[in-house]
Design a protein around this ligand. Structure first.
Ligand code: ACO
Length: 346
């Protein structure tokens, strides 16, 4: 059902790529590190294993791998890019931006490159910035990456958080839409700073600079009130799905595939139940990769494409929430993304 006030898409996703480091951290491995069990982790989160970056790999290294695949998939080169945006909560450095490191490694021209900080909602925020740049005539071809090395800020002595997180990167190429019906139909963003304290990395910024005390108190790791985050997440995901669909002139029955942020299978299940979506329309990667923050959505999107789920005309809703607290959703009606060798037939 398409409302008459709905605008034609300005931008579209033309290429996808993802990169997962080879090393696996299983629930069995975690049982040997903290007081936990495979049974508890699977029942409470849905996670079986996650990937860990090699010691020499930083976030930009993962980002470059995913970006190179996305560029090849889109049939463009780094020289065609007008803007690079990297969404990450685990940049290589506080500055320079990870996007500048990606620009150099890809051999892109001297185009704008910047990071977006919206934690796990970062990829959706970055997609909105890309669409806005194209709408304003500032760019025609934008690289959007969600990349994380969460293992570097995870406290492997804290069983309440260390079972959740993994490393990875996903990337898309966003270009001006050429079809009046296919492309990014809408993006919805929100934030509630009142929840800033329930999920944070306490030290290492200007509020609490690094000191021997911050290190010994383990304040350079993720601190989280899991139950408060859980409560916020369900409402934020439902609102983001409904608002982004409304802007696209659609209702939940128009969704072909929901690609949610993979924070906890129970959060997704609760949101999906309240949205009355059939389980078969929801895409999961959490079993294998855990929560990869801003990389969760683009990695899942690429996995969905490999499984032949992004057929031409299919309506996909991406939705996320994260520290801030931030939240957001995006609705895409697919052109035919290019097929790579090894992808299932679509
Ligand atoms: N293994 C075994 N027991 C555990 C573990 C574990 N890994 N972790 C916690 N427990 C225990 C707790 O200590 C507690 O025991 P107690 O009752 O004796 O005190 C019991 O299990 C229940 O703990 P809860 O916190 O109530 O467990 P809950 O069912 O809420 O699950 C979880 C915890 C998985 C963290 C859940 O709250 C959650 O997923 N929250 C949202 C997390 C999230 O989405 N974070 C986003 C982060 S993204 C970013 O920006 C980086």
């Amino acid at each position: 059902m398409q409302a008459s006030t709905v605008r034609s898409p300005i931008a579209t996703i033309t290429g996808l790529g993802s990169y997962l480091p080879a090393r696996k951290l299983t629930n069995g491995d975690l049982e040997a590190m903290v007081d936990t069990s495979d049974e508890w982790i699977v029942e409470r989160t849905g996670i079986h294993e996650r990937r860990l970056a090699a010691p020499e790999q930083a976030t930009s290294d993962l980002a470059v791998e995913a970006a190179s695949l996305a560029l090849a998939d889109a049939g463009v080169t780094a020289g065609d890019l007008d803007l690079i945006i990297v969404a990450t909560a685990t940049p290589d450095h506080l500055f320079p931006s990870t996007a500048c490191l990606v620009q150099k490694a890809l051999g892109a021209r001297q185009i704008p490159a910047m990071d977006v900080s919206a934690a796990c909602t970062g990829f959706i925020y970055a997609l909105a910035v890309a669409e806005g740049a194209i709408a304003a005539g500032r760019a025609e071809t934008v690289l959007v990456v969600g990349a994380e090395t969460l293992s570097r800020i995870t406290d492997y002595q804290d069983r309440k958080t260390c079972v959740l997180f993994g490393d990875g990167a996903g990337a898309v190429v966003v270009r001006r839409a050429s079809s009046p019906d296919h492309g990014i139909l809408s993006v919805f963003l929100g934030a509630d700073g009142a929840g800033a304290d329930i999920l944070k990395l306490p030290a290492g910024g200007s509020r609490l600079p690094a000191s021997t005390g911050t290190v010994s108190e383990r304040l350079h790791f993720i601190h989280m009130d899991g139950q408060e985050v859980f409560k916020f997440a369900v409402g934020a995901m439902i609102r983001s799905v409904r608002e982004s669909l409304k802007s696209a002139g659609l209702t939940p029955s128009g969704i072909d595939l929901l690609v949610p942020h993979q924070a906890n299978a129970r959060i997704v299940d609760a949101a999906v139940r309240l949205l009355r979506l059939p389980g078969g329309k929801v895409f999961h990667t959490i079993e294998d990769y855990g929560n990869m923050s801003s990389a969760s959505v683009p990695v899942s999107l690429d996995a969905a494409r490999r499984q032949g789920r992004l057929v031409r005309g299919a309506v996909t809703v991406m939705v996320a929430f994260g520290a801030g607290m931030t939240y957001g959703g995006a609705v895409v009606r697919w052109d035919a993304p290019r097929q790579r060798q090894g992808d299932q037939e679509i």
